[in-house]
Design a protein around this ligand. Structure first.
Ligand SMILES: [Fe+2]
Length: 251
């Protein structure tokens, strides 16, 4: 199998997005699978969606779901950011065709996909757009067992929590930073969080994505110019400053 790149949670961060896409291109990889949340939080939703048009596909994330349908489970600040994002995607400053194309693209996003016998979702096999699977869940056997019971395949890739690493059905989590030689799935079911391109939350501010050749999963981390992204967020009233601050901390 030719190597593919799995990206997720770009979150309208064009600086991180461009850095990751340049790295993927430099490796000669032309298949990019995206696990959702291309938009939300960040200052460049249109630009990031335009990049996503060239991906193999992009799944529906909770932020796309929120701009398309409702934002009921978002707090007030997050909802303001969603509203701002929606305004950008409807902006009269652009021609109608490009706005239609954006909304058609969002509308066509699938909630999950089985690809080469691997399940792809934004959040979890049990709830493809909303459920957070986090490292501390290894101490919650009921939750983790429920999630693995919902997984019919041996391997699942997801995003959503922005914490990269590998969960296995025997209640373990290995963070990406401990998997330098990559991870090779064995007979234990596993859920791999590919991390976040545009808003990492594992204490490492570098953009994160995954390479997969059918056998080995490799996490890639890349420095990018987060200061520029931070400045753009601070200049937009509807985007709260903490969305900028967290980019420097990777939290
Ligand atoms: Fe996200």
């Amino acid at each position: 199998m030719a190597r593919v790149a799995l990206v997720s949670d770009i979150h309208a961060n064009i600086e991180a997005c461009d850095t990751v896409l340049a790295d993927i291109e430099a490796r000669g990889i032309d298949e990019i699978l995206c696990l959702g949340d291309v938009i939300g939080y960040g200052p460049n939703p249109r630009e990031c969606l335009e990049k996503a048009y060239s991906f193999q596909f992009s799944l529906l994330g909770n932020h796309e779901e929120a701009v398309l349908y409702y934002a009921e489970d978002f707090n007030e600040k997050a909802r303001r950011a969603i509203e701002w994002t929606k305004e950008q995607l409807n902006s009269p400053d652009y021609d109608k065709e490009s706005n239609y194309r954006i909304w058609n693209y969002l509308d066509g996003m699938e909630r999950q996909r089985v690809w080469n016998d691997v399940l792809l979702v934004h959040a979890s096999p049990r709830n493809p757009t909303k459920e957070y699977l986090l490292p501390q869940d290894v101490r919650n056997p009921e939750k983790l067992t429920g999630i693995f019971d919902a997984l019919d395949q041996n391997v699942c890739f997801c995003g959503h929590s922005h914490v990269p690493g590998v969960y296995t059905e025997d209640l373990s989590f290995q963070p990406a930073r401990e998997l330098e030689g990559g991870y090779r799935p064995d007979d234990r079911k596993c859920v791999i969080n590919v991390g976040s391109v545009g808003q990492p939350r594992d204490g490492d501010p570098r953009a994160c994505y995954v390479l997969f050749d059918g056998t080995t999963i490799e996490f890639v981390r890349l420095d990018y110019d987060y200061r520029t992204t931070m400045e753009k967020i601070r200049a937009i009233d509807s985007l709260p400053d903490f969305l900028a601050d967290r980019l420097a901390r990777g939290k």
